[in-house]
Ligand binder design. Sequence first.
Ligand code: TMP
Length: 211
Amino acid sequence: MKKGLFITMEGPDGAGKSTQLEFIKSFLEEKGEKAIFTREPGGTPISEKIRKIILDKNSSDMVPMTEALLYAAARAQLVSQVIKPALERGKIVVCDRFVDSSIVYQGYGRGLGESVNVINDYAVAGCIPDITFLMKLAPNLGKNRIKTENKDRIESENSDFHENVYRGYIELEKRYPDRIVTIDAKGSIEEVSREIGVKLERILKNRNDFQ
Ligand code: TMP
């Protein structure tokens, strides 16, 4: 049986993750790979309930530590109920956001720093992505791609928050050059998909060559 492959998709709000996840889905289907697609926060009934609480605009008095713990709680459930079992069965798992989002949004954006790593070490229980696509887009560009009325509680944060999130991603990119594959998200949908396709092809080839 093939070893599982854990791919995550990251990036600031408005970078075009959802569109490119659709591309990845059809790309993998064409290759005959049966991947499992999931998302954070969410992906299990319990985690989806937690998502509603976190992103609700009425939760405006939520303190940063509560937010960080709720993301971690949703993650713990998703890891043990979906991600770990699938990887153990040799599946490819593609997750829309994962622990990097907590490190940058809660660690850098909310200023919680290292405590976010500590909490999440428990939540992920050793389950670390093999590859992370980082859709890199400066926050001032991402902001214009989301309609104000559609913004959730986090997306509605001020520009300082989103600048810090972006700074966090740049730090992670430097810290994990082997895992993080940066994608220039400024281009057209087709250009970005082409770049992801080339990189994904290489990742799948490596996986097949070593098994
Ligand atoms: P989404 O819009 O990509 O579905 O993500 C929901 C929002 O939650 C998005 O603004 C990023 C934020 N988020 C965090 O702040 N911390 C996390 O750990 C995750 C997974 C998402």
